[in-house]
Write a protein that binds this ligand. Structure first.
Ligand code: ADP
Ligand code: MG
Length: 615
């Protein structure tokens, strides 16, 4: 079978995506490969297709049990013999699986890194034909990353222990230079064919909202998208608990996930989410690695995360199926303070020296600053992120809240001068909140206490709304006219360029048009609707809902997640094509031979029924 036949027969797809073919050709030629592609780009297929074409067995090193389970489930559903070997198996199950592996039962075996050098496994590997070793989530080898996994450092040793060196493939979605270098060195890749596809995820819509009513905004979104599954990320366990509880009180099928729950509850809640029993997951960043659920339609950040890397990774869990999905970040200035605090408190990594730890902290603070800039910028959000990762694109994507907001240039000369004067007037001792309150002439006890109530700047911007003062202050920081210190309680200070505020007048700033602000949801409303202007003209949405029900029913019977039966994309394609027989059915995106055999009859019947009903 050639690669196109494999693609169609097992996975049901007609064409490869960007980067996939180059990688597949190299691996099937026995060459090493380094694939750097964003989440959802289709990295698994890059090694699964050659695995099915090569003689012998492919080993896939993977960091998480849930990831392995998911992938192996999907492969078996597609008619590929695959298995996983990890600590979720009992001793008996493990031995049995190894026995079957020795007998050549599996083409693809997923294995946890710690297992590679155990005598029993090594013995098996040394006496089998291992044609390829794939390292998934290869950034786990890097001590610079958050997902460092010591077991990954053993992979190279394992490969050396094999009688014949197999082709080695490494895959990751993390692109920073340090991590790349670590991967190349630690895995000892031999002149790998390197493929780095663009980082843009075209199907994702990005939005930042600085509205003050976060919970109301979430509820409004969920009410407008009642059938969708998504993740709501919060910064702390406590917020997870609160938000999840309130959602439930409001009748939303939500579940929760954070490191403070028992293993059992976490597993249960994760399954409820995967199986769409609780389509909304409220979680800390402990949730997500290894979640390959393809029909996540939105990722809402209830708080600003710590850096753009995390944000892009977490938001990237939306829309893996390539269908439109929304990534919404609800920003509040306190999020910055909370993150500062978390960075200070970060637990010490015993692998790093004191010096290195200091460096890591400094770097974390710098990254936090960039994250805050993302939340306050008026420029294209997509471009901001891509530029952060070193890619240069146009400054208009048309698919983010900033590109869809109408802006106007407003004169902020007086505001910015008053702010600078206030920073100076208070002796550069206070944070943003005190400065805003002072300028607004607030009657708070705190101002009286710290003497600001009697300051010359008190009340000079009484007429300007607080959000605008903050906006202008952020703008001044971005311009380098002011800076914020990196302490637990950050303080606003002057810089060497502060005088420009007075030299450069008049000063204009881009801001969202006023009438939009008044309409309540800040710069939200319009953009959301646009996104959901149905991009699939031919899809019969009533049929789509019917097919979703059928999918859920099958998933429950077979005890597999619904998206493993069929992706949203497959169902949508089905609802547009309305296949009448098995050969039509095979043409649907994501329908391979195995799934056609198994499900064609059920789905065709449902399509027929529904078509009759609507006549
Ligand atoms: P990654 O590991 O890069 O994050 P996955 O391997 O999980 O991404 O793939 C994401 C989704 O894309 C899966 O649902 C997969 O079936 C789908 N996919 C991969 N390659 C193709 C292709 N060539 N055509 C259509 N869908 C694809
Ligand atoms: Mg993957």
């Amino acid at each position: 079978m050639d690669k196109y036949q494999v693609l169609k027969k097992f996975f049901g797809y007609d064409s490869f995506r960007q980067g996939q073919e180059t990688i597949i050709d190299a691996l099937s030629d026995g060459r090493d490969v380094f694939g750097i592609m964003p989440t959802g780009a289709g990295k698994s297929l890059c090694y699964q297709v050659p695995a099915l074409m090569l003689e012998g067995i492919t080993l896939v090193v993977s960091p998480l049990i849930s990831l392995m389970k998911d992938q192996v489930g999907a492969l078996n559903a597609a008619g590929v013999h695959a298995a996983f070997l990890n600590s979720s198996l009992s001793a008996g199950q493990y031995r049995k699986a190894l026995e079957l592996a020795r007998a050549g039962r599996y083409k693809i075996i997923y294995v946890a890194p710690e297992r590679l050098l155990l005598p029993e496994f090594l013995e098996f590997a040394r006496h089998s034909c291992i044609s390829m070793v794939t390292v998934d989530e290869a950034h786990c080898v890097s001590q610079w990353g958050q997902d460092f996994r010591p077991g990954y450092l053993k992979i190279a040793e394992f490969i050396r222990a094999l009688p014949m060196r197999p082709a080695v493939g490494a895959f990751t979605a993390t692109a920073t230079r340090e991590v790349r270098e670590d991967i190349l060195a630690a895995l000892q890749l031999e002149s790998p064919v390197t493929v780095a596809t663009g980082f843009d995820r075209e199907n994702l819509f990005y939005k930042v909202s600085a509205g003050t009513e976060k919970f109301a905004e979430v509820m409004a979104y969920l009410r407008a998208h009642p059938t969708e599954s998504g993740i709501i990320y919060c910064l702390t366990r406590k917020t997870v608990e609160e938000v999840c509880e309130r959602l439930r009180q409001n009748g939303i099928l939500a579940t929760r996930y954070h490191a403070g729950l028992s293993d059992g509850e976490r597993r249960q809640n994760q399954d409820d989410f995967l199986y769409d029993a609780s389509p909304v997951m409220v979680a800390t960043n402990a949730f997500g690695m290894g979640i390959d659920k393809s029909n996540v339609r939105f990722v809402i950040h209830y708080n600003m995360p710590q850096n753009i890397e995390s944000y892009y990774q977490e938001a990237g869990r939306a829309g893996r199926d390539g269908e439109a999905a929304n990534c919404i970040l609800l920003y509040a200035p306190q999020d910055v303070v909370m993150n500062q605090f978390l960075i200070e408190r970060e637990t010490e990594h015993d692998v790093l020296t004191k010096e290195e730890q200091k460096l890591v902290k400094e770097r974390d603070k710098e990254r936090l600053k960039q994250m805050a800039f993302y939340c306050t910028t008026n420029a294209c959000l997509r471009e901001f992120v891509l530029r952060y990762f070193g890619e240069y694109t146009t400054n208009y994507c048309g698919k983010c809240s900033n590109c869809l907001t109408e802006f106007e240039e407003i004169d902020v000369t007086e505001t910015v001068q008053a702010i600078a004067a206030c920073v100076k007037g208070c002796g550069q001792r206070f944070g943003m909140t005190v400065i805003v309150d002072t300028l607004r002439g607030s009657q708070s006890a705190k101002l009286k206490q710290n003497g600001m109530a009697g300051n010359a700047c008190f009340g000079t911007l009484r007429e300007v709304p607080a959000y605008r003062i903050r906006q202008v202050m952020q703008y001044a920081i971005r311009q380098g006219w002011l800076r914020v210190t990196e302490e637990t309680y950050p303080v606003v200070r002057l810089t060497e360029q502060s005088h420009e505020v007075f030299d450069k007048a008049p000063i204009f700033m881009k801001a969202a048009k006023e009438q939009e602000k008044k309409s309540g949801s800040a710069r939200s409303g319009r953009s959301g609707k646009k996104q959901h202007a149905q991009p699939y003209a031919d899809v019969d949405y009533a049929l789509f809902e019917e097919l979703r029900k059928l999918r859920l029913q099958i998933a429950r019977e077979e005890q597999i997640p619904p998206y493993i039966v069929f992706s949203d994309k497959s169902l949508r394609d089905m609802s547009a094509r309305k296949p009448q027989n098995a050969s039509d059915f095979l043409k649907v995106n994501g329908v391979g031979e195995q799934k056609c055999k198994k499900y064609a009859e059920l789905f065709l019947a449902r399509i027929r029924e529904q078509t009759k009903k609507s006549l």
